[in-house]
Design a protein around this ligand. Structure first.
Ligand SMILES: *Cc1c(COP(=O)(O)O)cnc(C)c1O
Length: 381
């Protein structure tokens, strides 16, 4: 548990549920990524946590930004980011949003289809564009599926088309899936990326950039039988090995788009136990209902995909099996039923329980007021 957040919680007793973020951890994570992978420009994936305090801090540290919408671009600009440090990385954009980004000075755009490329040619003439390719998402706890990217043949054709439309055919991007455990997945994706580079060189187009996406994982729950994750350093080493293997000495510009790896570890959600109950007299399983759930910000517990670690005032004492659920009247508002969670037998109604490493993908996932529960409150310290 982060001592600065612990002190804040003890002294301020903020109303629950709330997220408390220690900005010094955001800074530490940014520096670690820069140190371990110095050749890559860091484009923070704004969707992980777009809080002004985080964006302003990252602007000050010299970060670039990966934005997905006019809203996120506006948040970056408001935090002081220069438009030439923003990539409009969503491959699904309205033409008027592209035009607005262009009018603010954004000149770097992603696409993965012909129709999107035509929008870019019309609304962002002359801009640098990069094509997102499909890559396997094996090994990711939060895969991004077939929704994004196109195959290699199409990517090659579209990049030629981009040049013919007067755009700058700039590079290739991929995303190996969020919370990716397997560093080898970057090598698989880089092999595919290099094939497109070669094909395009033969067509007279020299691509200049590889966008390696995000996906760098965070150690959430230490469950028995769950392997320790490799460090960021190990991912960085695997990436550099893949880069030299597939591109030789003449490396293109490298971009990475970490979201989770920058924001998650910096935040703790403070919650309160609302109810502890059993379903029958002889059922050993306790149901623990917290005042935060799937609709209060913990949407990544969907399918029990992201398994957060919890801290309680009774830690260290005997534990027994629990299901953990949120406070709303929706049946899907269950955090964990099958993932084998246990909590202390002494846990009581009214106890404050902390959800650790919850600084990414929580506040903006929180509903605006389902069942009358307000959105997750936030404190940046
Ligand atoms: C969500 C997203 C990211 C960030 O992914 P993390 O797994 O949080 O690092 C990066 N790039 C794109 C295009 C994304 O959609």
């Amino acid at each position: 548990m982060n001592p600065k957040i612990e002190r804040f919680l003890r002294e301020q007793k903020p109303e629950t549920p709330c997220l408390v973020v220690d900005l010094s951890v955001v800074k530490k994570n940014y520096h670690k990524i820069r140190r371990e992978l110095p050749l890559a420009d860091v484009y923070y994936a704004v969707k992980a946590n777009p809080a002004p305090d985080i964006l302003k801090l990252l602007v000050g540290l010299g970060s670039y930004f990966d934005a997905a919408s006019g809203g996120e671009i506006g948040q970056c600009l408001a935090a002081g980011a220069k438009a030439d440090r923003i990539s409009y990385g969503n491959v699904i954009k309205k033409e008027r949003d592209i035009a607005e980004a262009f009018s603010h000075g954004v000149r770097l755009f992603a696409f993965d289809s012909e129709a999107e490329l035509l929008k870019l040619a019309a609304a962002a003439p002359g801009s640098q564009v990069y094509c997102r390719i499909l890559v396997p998402n094996q090994g990711a706890d939060w895969p991004l599926s077939r929704k994004f990217g196109c195959d290699l043949e199409m990517a090659r054709d579209l990049m030629i088309r981009a040049r013919d439309l007067g755009l700058q055919a700039y590079g290739i991007s991929f995303h190996v899936g969020s919370q990716q455990h397997d560093a080898h997945q970057w090598d698989v994706a880089l092999a595919r990326t290099a094939m497109v580079f070669t094909d395009l060189r033969n067509a007279g187009i020299e691509l200049k950039m590889v966008n390696l996406g995000g996906g760098f994982p965070v150690q959430y729950r230490d469950a028995p039988g769950k392997a320790e994750l490799p460090s960021f350093k190990a991912f960085a080493a695997a990436i550099m090995k893949g880069m030299t293997r597939h591109f030789g000495n003449d490396l293109p510009r490298m971009l990475i788009e970490p979201g989770r790896a920058i924001a998650a570890e910096a935040g703790v959600i403070e919650t309160e136990v609302v109810l502890i109950a059993r379903k029958s007299y002889d059922d050993p399983l306790r149901w623990v209902y917290l005042d935060v759930g799937m609709f209060g910000g913990l949407a990544e517990t969907m399918n029990e995909s992201i398994q957060y670690a919890f801290r309680t005032p009774a830690d260290g004492r005997a534990e027994s099996p629990v299901a953990i659920a949120g406070p709303t009247c929706d049946g899907v508002d269950i955090l964990y039923e099958k993932a084998g969670y246990t909590l202390p037998v002494d846990l009581k109604i009214g106890d404050r329980v902390q959800v650790l490493r919850a600084g990414a993908y929580t506040t903006t996932y929180s509903s605006v007021g389902f069942n009358g529960f307000p959105p997750l409150k936030e404190h940046y310290i």
